[in-house]
Design a protein around this ligand. Structure first.
Ligand SMILES: [Zn+2]
Length: 376
């Protein structure tokens, strides 16, 4: 079988072979299959399965149910990289390694049981897991073909985020370095900016936001231009400057500051002579104004003088849900799919131009597209 010039051949391996020599190290990476499988190559996502999903994988195996096909590359030296199946693979390895426990009744798999670690399972169940056959598709081809294939198999998934895809397409030393700063749980960017940014580092929201700001919206161009750069120092320094500017300009923190397009404000006003005390006085009095319904709009207002965002009424939860369903979860600007909680309601005809807060004037935009729109 071939796809886009990639040669693909099936292979079955037992779980016991997969978990052999499993290592999971933040710095050195994640390996299995006797060290010959790189489970977390650079274009892969961070591990994002929740506990429930990890346990579901193990229950599928115990019950002999199939789990989806897994894709590996074949590298020139005969080793492998995970193309697709990282979440399932890591769940299996982690369970075998004693990272989490599952509820199981050894005498009746369908019944309520007790909570057991892998090593506490009776021998026959341990063997059942170790003997379980995984279906692997081996993919041979050039790096670019493999990446194109990774995109093909991942794109239909609703949970692949635009920035995760960009990381794949612009894979290289720059993105590897950038992810160390922006894409890990408790990463430096999170610790520095979590009061000012929304989203999750491991879903690449922090990286996407920083790239969006530094590139003035053209993330792909910036990533392409910097792809071969050995570090992400420029991006990291920029990000630190933005946060420092926010903290200096608006020293009194309010929760409405979380999720604002601070980098775009910084780009526009970093050289302006702003008086933090005067700004604070203006913010405080505008915040107290009960006619102001959108308190987060106050920050844009004190910087730009635009009061469009201040008085518009918020769409109800009901309208947001209805419009989200009508859009089938797709952002009409970038065409990507998001969860409802990752999107924001927007007045199609601006409130300031007489647009009403009614369903027919509502569109759900992703955070990024919405912040770009309101910054126009
Ligand atoms: Zn969008």
């Amino acid at each position: 079988m071939t796809a886009r010039g990639l040669e693909i051949s099936p292979m079955q391996i037992a779980v016991r072979d997969l978990v052999e020599g499993y290592v999971n190290d933040d710095e050195d990476g994640v390996f299995g299959y006797g060290g010959r499988l790189n489970i977390r190559p650079p274009y892969q996502r961070e591990f994002i399965y929740g506990e429930k999903e990890q346990k579901a994988v193990i229950h599928s195996i115990l019950n002999g149910h199939p789990i989806n096909v897994i894709y590996w590359t074949v590298e020139d030296d005969g080793s492998h990289e995970m193309l697709d199946g990282q979440q399932r693979t890591t769940s299996i390895c982690k369970f075998h390694d004693g990272d989490f426990e599952i509820e199981v009744n050894p005498h009746n798999l369908g019944a309520k049981g007790e909570v057991l670690w892998f090593h506490q399972l009776p021998d026959d169940l341990q063997e059942k897991i170790l003997d379980y056959k995984l279906m692997i598709y081996l993919c041979r081809g050039s790096a670019s073909m493999k990446k194109a294939w990774f995109k093909t198999i991942n794109t239909p998934k609703k949970d692949l985020r635009p920035q995760e895809l960009r990381n794949t397409l612009h894979h290289g030393p720059f993105i590897t370095a950038a992810r160390k700063k922006f894409s890990k749980t408790n990463c430096a960017a999170y610790n520095l900016g979590r009061k000012y940014l929304s989203g999750s580092p491991i879903r690449q929201d922090y990286l996407e936001t920083a790239l969006d700001w530094i590139s003035g919206g053209d993330i792909d161009r910036y990533m392409k231009d910097n792809q071969k750069r050995p570090d992400a120092d420029e991006l990291w320094e920029y990000f630190q400057n933005v946060i420092e500017w926010v903290q200096t300009t608006f020293p009194a923190y309010r929760e409405e500051m979380k999720g604002l397009p601070w980098g775009l404000f910084y780009n526009q006003f970093k050289d302006s002579d702003l008086d933090p005390a005067a700004l604070e006085t203006k913010i405080s009095s505008t915040m107290m104004d009960e006619k102001v319904t959108e308190k987060a709009g106050v920050y844009r207002y004190v910087l730009t003088g635009e009061d469009d965002d201040l008085y518009k009424r918020a769409f109800s939860k009901k309208i947001k849900r209805e419009v989200y369903e009508k859009q089938k979860g797709l952002c009409p600007r970038c065409g990507e799919k998001f969860d409802l909680k990752e999107m924001q309601a927007d007045h199609i005809k601006p409130w300031s131009k007489g647009g009403d807060t009614v369903k027919s004037n509502c569109q759900m935009l992703c955070r990024r597209c919405n912040s770009r729109k309101s910054n126009k």
